[in-house]
Every structure is written in structure tokens, then in C-alpha cells.
Design a protein around this ligand. Structure first.
Ligand code: MN3
Length: 199
């Protein structure tokens, strides 16, 4: 059975950028719901219950057709949110290290250009979804967005940084002002964790 990972910080630790009530509902209710739904879907399939969400997402051909879309949505939701809590830290973690900065410079031109590109992907994602910095199978980095709970893992990519742009992630504090939420969120990025995922 999949279980909800504890938040690595208190619900109010990301204030003022992300408010306590949003974190309580987002982590305790929304993330829990993906896990509950996933466990229910897998209930008749003992062999699939042993697999991690990453294994499920990269081996979708093993998942029976009648639960495939549900597993995609809910295993994706579980994996995406687990990453989301880890790539944030109260107050953010300074700046990327020289090594990561060098990679971002080489790939995107500069840290500013990377952030502008990521912000654009997050802003322009129509409806619910995620913006990503991901490492492709060939080792190069990519900024893009996915719909719903679609995970880069299912495409053979390694997500390094992800931003949830579902309304449930920001509506209580920011209502329809998604760009304000995105701008505030940059203050919380845990670059140490991004680097850990890169290596
Ligand atoms: Mn969410």
C-alpha cells in the first residue's frame, strides 16, 4: 500500500509565499486522495501493489487497460506531489551551485533565461498541469509542461524541478492570479534538492 509521505516542513513554513490553509488542503487532502485512489485501483492486482510509483509509471504496459488511465493519473499525482514538497524549502536555498549554474547557463543561456522559460511554461499551461525542468534520456535538460498529473517519469525523463499549477495549489491565496503565485514560488526553490536529482 502506498502511503502519504510527511511534509519535510510545517504547513505554515512556506508563508507568506504559500499559505498554511493551502498546504493543509493540498498535502493532507489532495495528495492523500491520489494515494487512496491508487491503492483502490491496485486492490485486485497484488503483483502491481509491490511496484513503486516510478516502476508503475515506467512500465504502464503491465497495467491492465481498465485501470490504466486511473493509474496514470493517480500514480502521477503521487509522484508529482512527493517531488513538489521536496523541491521547496522555507525561504528557498540561496542560489544554484556553480556546477548547476554552469549547466543552466550552457542549456538556457543564463539562470534568468531559464527562469523566464520555466515561468512561461507554467503560465501558459492551459487548465491544470505542471511545469518541469527535466533531464532527458540523453542527459540534456528540458523545460516544458504537462497536462493533468502526467509525469515526466512516464516519458523516460527525470524530473528535477516541478511546479504545480492546478488551481488547488494557489486559489485560496492568489485566486485567478497564477502569475503572482509563480513569481512568489521562486522564493521557495530548494536548489540543493534539484542538484541531488541531477546527479
Ligand atoms: Mn496539486
Amino acid at each position: 500500500m502506498h502511503t502519504l509521505p510527511a511534509l519535510p516542513f510545517a504547513h505554515d513554513a512556506l508563508e507568506p509565499f504559500i499559505d498554511k490553509a493551502t498546504m493543509e488542503i493540498h498535502h493532507d487532502k489532495h495528495h492523500q486522495a491520489y494515494i487512496t485512489n491508487l491503492n483502490n485501483l491496485l486492490q485486485p492486482y497484488t503483483e502491481l501493489q509491490e511496484m513503486s510509483v516510478e516502476d508503475l509509471l515506467t512500465n504502464m504496459e503491465m497495467v491492465p487497460q481498465e485501470i490504466k488511465q486511473g493509474v496514470m493519473n493517480n500514480a502521477g499525482g503521487h509522484a508529482n506531489h512527493t517531488l513538489f514538497w521536496e523541491i521547496m524549502t522555507p525561504g528557498g536555498s540561496k542560489q544554484p551551485s556553480d556546477e548547476l549554474m554552469g549547466i543552466l547557463d550552457n542549456t538556457f543561456g543564463s539562470l534568468d533565461e531559464f527562469q523566464a522559460k520555466f515561468t512561461e511554461a507554467a503560465t501558459k499551461r492551459f487548465g491544470s498541469g505542471w511545469a518541469w525542468l527535466a533531464k532527458k534520456a540523453d542527459g540534456t535538460l528540458e523545460v516544458y509542461s504537462t497536462a493533468n498529473q502526467d509525469s515526466p517519469i512516464a516519458e523516460g525523463k527525470t524530473p528535477l524541478l516541478g511546479l504545480d499549477v492546478w488551481e488547488h495549489a494557489y486559489y485560496l491565496k492568489y485566486q485567478n492570479r497564477r502569475p503572482e503565485y509563480i513569481e512568489a514560488w521562486w522564493n521557495l526553490v530548494n536548489w540543493d534538492e534539484v542538484e541531488k536529482r541531477l546527479s
